[in-house]
Design a protein around this ligand. Sequence first.
Ligand SMILES: [Zn+2]
Length: 696
Amino acid sequence: MRLLTVFAAFLILCATSFAQAPSPASQGSMPALEHFNPEQADKSVDPCSDFFQYACNKWIKANPMPPDQTRSGTFDKLIVWNVAAVRNTLETAANGTSDRTPVEQKIGDYYASCMDEATINKLGIDPLMPMLDRIAKFHDKSQLPDLIASIHQMIRPADLNRIDAEYQGVLFGLYAWPDFDNARLNLAALDQSGMALPGREFYLNDDDKSKQIREQYLKHVAHMLELSGEPPAQAATDAQVVLSMETVLAHAAMDIIARRDPKNQNNKMSLQQVQALTPSFNWSRYFAAMHAPASPQYLVLAPDFFAGMEKLISTESIEHWRAYLRFSTLHSVAPFLSQPFVDEDFDFFHRTLLGAKQIQPRWRRCSVNADADLGEAVGQAYVAKYFPPENKKRMLEMVKAIETALGEDIDATSWMSAETKKQAHIKLAAQVDKIGYPDHWIDYSSLEIKREDFFSNVRRAAKFEIERRMAKFGKPVDRHEWGMTPPTVNAYEDPQTNTINFPAGILQPPFFDAAQIDAVNYGAIGMVIGHEITHGYDDQGRKFDADGNLRDWWTPADSANYDERDKCITDEYTQEVPEAGVKQDGKLSAGEDTADNGGVHLAMAALANTLKSQGKDLDTPAGGGLTELQNFFLSYGNIWCGDWRPEAARTAVMTQGHSLNRYRINNVVANMPEFAHAFGCHAGQPMVHANACRVW
Ligand SMILES: [Zn+2]
């Protein structure tokens, strides 16, 4: 799965995404879906004072956070529903008889092997011992490329279901990525990784909370090493080594703001140049051990990081490397081992970093794992049961209506020249809209899945996925491939393929609801569509052209006009977030905030066009004693009702590009005169910004 900072998704992507069910669904049953209800508004609150409270107070009071959740909201209810749907398809496949299809055999046996906790617990650390033995025997740094390759081949790459979603692999990440200058060609990309904490700031920040987290991390590393058989004193010493080596990598890593600029990542090198960057690591040996095909060039996304890696290789002792590799490998596979490893991993990465009180039930973790390892096999069964074709048709109509609205917005805007407008139209016309699921599924037939062998299933699935990615080196980019699985409650825009992508998982209530009026659907899924389309024209997306190439198609004056509008957004969202205990950096969230603001504008414009064709307008009375426009805004607020645990909020504000729910609602509406009009707000009230920002 592709996850770089140029990859603009709608929701946050982390383990919490699936950790949301209020109680375990009984077998076969489905939790309730959330439907928009205007009665949810808290009439005791003035919408012009705090629209988040007006829209969400009642919902939040009625939905206390369950102990295994770290974030709870209306869309999380849909995530719960989807995980239960996935579980149903998996159980059906697991309980099937001899007439199962090959896909049902794989997903059913995978799920059964994951649910077989007794066998997993009996095996303990045994499945990992061959690799740990190999690390223990490591005695010459020239062996490092072969050793790293064998570790990389057994670890699920870029596992989005873990909190450390940017964790691409032990030490560094390897994947296929389009050439920034020729987006139709895949290159081998080498990326920074190898730090288990969620971001480099966790190693480098000097505040008390950061120091406290590092102290707790040291204990966690030591506990994990003890569980793997190290004596306590040795484990404590090794934990210090691990933290120290990861801190060197953190210093060398590109910071999260710089990573948002694709120009900083566009460093193409020959294999000889990569070799010159890290003389102590033989890349030819590494790629040979990975069985990687040659790449025309190598995309080194963070060159300074590899210089830091060189320093670590040349200066750290063999003993230190053994400690680092032992822990990194344990960390990467802990959730797939026996209970003590699962519990220790949960205790730090979910309890300490995210504030979870309790681990998710095993069936949910196994459903999530099946989706991560066999996503397009699980997805086939899921869409057949839960995604009716009429949803796709209705969705495409809305996408077209919102694309039309952006075209009109480009024409109407006063700050772009005719020349730049023409280029923007070319880009918009070239965009590919992908709805629901892929036209062609990944063929898993060469991947062996056994009913009684969970760890090996995960290991083989990881190897399958790594090889599938490496096979793309030097090959054309497939614009129709998906970066999210069908049951995912999320959406994304990919500037290099110039596509917008809406998995079937998000095309359900409260986002998409065939029973609701247009105003409600445009306020919810319409805003999601507008959000993704806007990403193609945000501070990152605008740097890519219609073909997905990193090429500046803006006149200098228009570019300066854009930057001025962008600065309004970044200044506005550079704000204290008391519930997270940290300050938000508007430069980190600029793309998402621009997409939120643009998304609501475009959805509203498309709604106005739709109503006009029906002889109505935004002020026409609609359901619930509200006007069309009031329904629209209330529906928008409704999809962001929710709450975070403080630990999860802190981690999210530090590492994610998305603003927290409250700000996704209030900052957006306060920028919109149309909101003030809808609810009769006047200048000076909190939901009416004096300096209202507008990009799209
Ligand atoms: Zn987004």
